[in-house]
Write a protein that binds this ligand. Sequence first.
Ligand SMILES: Cc1cc2nc3c(=O)[nH]c(=O)nc-3n(C[C@H](O)[C@H](O)[C@H](O)COP(=O)(O)OP(=O)(O)OC[C@H]3O[C@@H](n4cnc5c(N)ncnc54)[C@H](O)[C@@H]3O)c2cc1C
Length: 465
Amino acid sequence: MPRVAIIGGGISGLTLAFRLKQYLADVDIQILESEKSVGGKIASFRDQGFIYESGPNGFLDSNPSTLNLSKELGLSEQLAPANDAAAKKRFLLLGGKLRMLPSSLLGLLTTDVLSWRAKLSIAFERFQSNKQNLPDESIYAFAQRRVGTEIADKLVDPFVTGIFAGDAKLVSYQAGFPRLAAMEKNYGSISKGLKAARKAKQISNPGGRSSGQLWSFNQGLGTLTDALAEKCGKSNIREFKASNLIHDKETNKWIIKGSNGESESFDIAILSCPAFSQAAILKNHDEMLADKIASIPYNSLAVVVMGYRSGDVPIPLEGFGYLTPSSENRAILGVQWCSSIYRGRAPAGTVLLRAMCGGSSRPEMVDLDDDSIAKIVYRELQASMQIQAPPFFLKVIRWKNAIPQYMVNHLEKVREIENLLTNHPGLYVTGNAYKGISINDCVENAETLAVQISRWWSRARETIS
Ligand SMILES: Cc1cc2nc3c(=O)[nH]c(=O)nc-3n(C[C@H](O)[C@H](O)[C@H](O)COP(=O)(O)OP(=O)(O)OC[C@H]3O[C@@H](n4cnc5c(N)ncnc54)[C@H](O)[C@@H]3O)c2cc1C
């Protein structure tokens, strides 16, 4: 029976395996995962009545891929929408104070968070029509060009922190924010593009929000990866840390070696682990390809999960949480108010918060011990949310090299990687390093790749027989 190896059992690898199993009959699909459990960055935990996430917090339905996959997996009953009022109320820490972020164009034009100059630049953005094919630039430079420095600093910088834990002056707007790039290209302006998107959404989903609804599951996002693993079959998932891959020309097989010296051969090899792992595995097979993939950098994060007695938190937790613009020079990136976002995350009389630390502005935080990280977070929460008491529930999770950074010209790099891969029929790469880091992007890209692989395999099989 032909064999397919998928190296890495995160949401990308699991979705790919699930779809390939549907498309390819009589093929043995093996997921090789270096950790004891699958899920990658997605991991949900239950402890002392709290339900907490160590990685992502939810997915939006503005791209329906994950929602549709969840329904197909039979998880409709377990889906949990975020509290809409909380999801809309997001805060920024500006001048040491929490300030509500406007959630609409009208809100942006009336908020006291922005100066009149900044508001005028938003109002006049539509007249700066520009439909040309522009070269890539950082999302900060893009925002500066379209709406000025104040908005780039106050709104765009923390937005990039919230998604990439990255530096807005380095992250590519075309790769990191393709919707914005498409709006500028197709409509000549972001305001015109947003208006068109709102109109389209009203037609396809009357009353729905154009920015999308945020979702998780009653027991956390791990529900999704657990269900995928179940469908892929537990016996097809193996603890195996891939260290090396070579192609045997005689048998036309991919030989994958593990870190314990074991090796196995496959007809198709797909790498869905992080880029730096892919590069290490590919080094002996194609050095140029490996070097290209290795040049995608990553940022590290520490996630500090805290349970408080409600009475110890003096401010009302009505909202999603807050982000900190880098110009504020604070020690943490932001805080999510998890028990306000989703129901059932904290036992009665308590609340659950998550602070994000590290990223491009404070990479050293991730190397501190738990106690030191916690102390820094407590100090920040004292200043921003006036919380004096320490939490009675605490978990510190370190994600070393957690989030790929799409630097300016990232898309060009991806095209070069795709070109080099055409020299190796039967070898594929996927995962969050290439075309989107959100869960939705990972699901969508894995699904597209599954179609591509099954087409290739049908043709290759015909040629062999
Ligand atoms: C703290 C945090 C918060 C986030 N929040 C959100 C959010 O709210 N919403 C959202 O949409 N996205 C969010 N993201 C991004 C999203 O979670 C990730 O981009 C996505 O889960 C990545 O999935 P993946 O399968 O591509 O990679 P991963 O989840 O990294 O999976 C890769 C797998 O490969 C395995 N592996 C590595 N090396 C090897 C090897 N040599 N051999 C075998 N296996 C190997 C790993 O153990 C891992 O299981 C967040 C990410 C982080 C870190």
